[in-house]
Design a protein around this ligand. Structure first.
Ligand SMILES: [Zn+2]
Length: 115
């Protein structure tokens, strides 16, 4: 908590204090929103996968990794793995694909900060 002692009658400093406090409140609010178990997202960047198929155990498997394209996977957005085109719009949008690992990681970090 930042404490600023202002001289009485200094309105410009009072206005500044108000701005700081409302900023602190919104930061605290978003921290509280992120702490809920349903709201926490764990996205990660990975190479785009090709040749999706079900393995003998019924889990998604793939043949190869793309040499150039990256995607972001977030199970909490409802991504069920497998082909991107099978996903619901929020998960499909997050998949990208992205043209570099850097772009995908950037999207992943942004998504983690504000789901
Ligand atoms: Zn998500």
């Amino acid at each position: 908590m930042i404490v600023i002692v202002a001289a009485a009658g200094d309105t410009s400093l009072e206005a500044e204090i108000t701005t700081i406090e409302s900023g602190t409140q919104s930061a605290m609010r978003s921290a509280a929103e992120l702490s809920g178990p349903e709201q926490q997202h764990y996205p990660y960047a990975r190479r785009v996968r090709h040749g999706w198929h079900m393995d003998t155990a019924g889990a998604w498997a793939y043949e190869s990794l793309d040499d150039h394209l990256w995607e972001v996977f977030c199970q909490q957005c409802g991504d069920t793995n497998g082909p991107a085109e099978d996903q619901q719009p929020p998960a499909r949008r997050l998949r990208g694909p992205y043209r570099s690992k850097h772009d995908a990681q950037h999207a992943s970090n942004k998504h983690f900060a504000a789901p």
